[in-house]
Design a protein around this ligand. Sequence first.
Ligand SMILES: NC(=O)c1ccc[n+]([C@@H]2O[C@H](COP(=O)([O-])OP(=O)(O)OC[C@H]3O[C@@H](n4cnc5c(N)ncnc54)[C@H](OP(=O)(O)O)[C@@H]3O)[C@@H](O)[C@H]2O)c1
Ligand SMILES: N[C@@H](CCC(=O)O)C(=O)O
Length: 425
Amino acid sequence: MPLTQLAPSPAYICPHDRACTYLGQAALALDMDPNILRILEQPRKVVTVSIPVLLDNGEVQVLAGHRVQHCDVLGPYKGGTRYHPAVTLQELSALAMLMTWKCALVGIPYGGAKGGIAIDPRLYSVRELERITRRYTSELIKDIGPAIDIPAPDIGTSSQEMAWMMDTYSMNVGHAVPGVVTGKPISIGGSKGRAMATGRGVMITVREALAERGQTLSQTRIAIQGFGKVGAAAAALLHEAGAKIIAVSDVSGAFFAENGLDIPALEGYARENKGSLAGFPDAELITNGELLALPCDVLIPAALEDQITEENADQVQAQIVAEAANAPVTLMGDRLLEARGVTVLPDILANAGGVVVSYLEWVQGQSYVFWDEERVNREMEGLMVQAYQRVSELAQNRQIPLRQAAYMLGVGRVAEALGDRGLYP
Ligand SMILES: NC(=O)c1ccc[n+]([C@@H]2O[C@H](COP(=O)([O-])OP(=O)(O)OC[C@H]3O[C@@H](n4cnc5c(N)ncnc54)[C@H](OP(=O)(O)O)[C@@H]3O)[C@@H](O)[C@H]2O)c1
Ligand SMILES: N[C@@H](CCC(=O)O)C(=O)O
């Protein structure tokens, strides 16, 4: 297919087609060999396994577990494991591709992957979740490993699932293999700083974007959708840096305070309330949709995909949208924001702090040396600032959006490596 046929079209709406559209744009701008493009459009391996799980009531439920491995040209596949009812192979395929560009953009030697199971983890007991995770890991035993594919947390999973995965893998091979997952507890080789890493990376990219406009985080008004591992960490660090967090949300709704929320109070409330913000008293309850349209300087979607679309992009009042979530803006939403002059900090840049510290965790584990948190944060900040500056410089030189610049850098690095390794082994 000629490259010109891959120009963006509103018909490309599903997550995988959207990812391919951005890839196609980058390929055109890079004048990339069409054979390389054909290879990069498809995942290299898609694994679906059957997971029979014994429920606490004695019934057996059979779940489908997936792992999509997009590209391992630069190193082992890398990416999160998602437990969420909306998980589909097509979604994982798009998210795996994003991981490839993300790792390449920040210059870490990984490819891209994503795995998941279409369940709502809140409907299962801890023991059921353990059985699901262990069986999922056993079924994937030949497809994961420190030199093959290294899972990490994503929506609905945490350091606990990573500990079960590490233990199951280790039992299968007969010795402890901490490097098979990242985002694991510190007691079994996790890294200091990993829990806050994605939120810290978001804070750093927002800070850099503001600095380019001659602004600082202090008193900047920020709305954050999602108060999970990423959203809550971003809120805490931005609040600490002096920003005014005027709204945060979870599935129960959004919580707004014109003069700024008390983020430590929200964190404490969520901790006491099984992670939920439902019923938080010291804020006005609004909807997640209303949060996206609040007058603010920076909007941070940190929950699910497809939150800013052609339906609501016109209502966004922020001047900067920082994609803490993966793919929170649809293709048409992105075009509308761009047309209105809103700066979008793309997911593969803005949320890369998590995988950067995953890499640092893996490096520490491989070398049996563990760093203090200050060192981890410093190393991560160096890679994030460097990536931001390269993306911003290319965007300014070419007069293109930051997303296109980020894709050109990420895709370009992978394409170069693919060409150097040889296309037709
Ligand atoms: N974890 C990482 O290291 C990492 C790194 C890079 C990117 N990301 C991306 O960041 C995003 C969030 O991941 P996470 O790890 O923070 O997941 P998480 O810990 O499971 O948190 C997800 C958050 O989103 C909220 N949410 C879910 N559905 C929602 C809805 N319909 N409307 C509003 N809020 C909703 C959840 O609320 P409830 O708690 O009430 O369900 C929760 O606050 C994902 O796109 C993920 O791929 C994660
Ligand atoms: N799930 C996260 C983290 C991946 C990792 O650390 O491997 C992401 O989307 O970037």
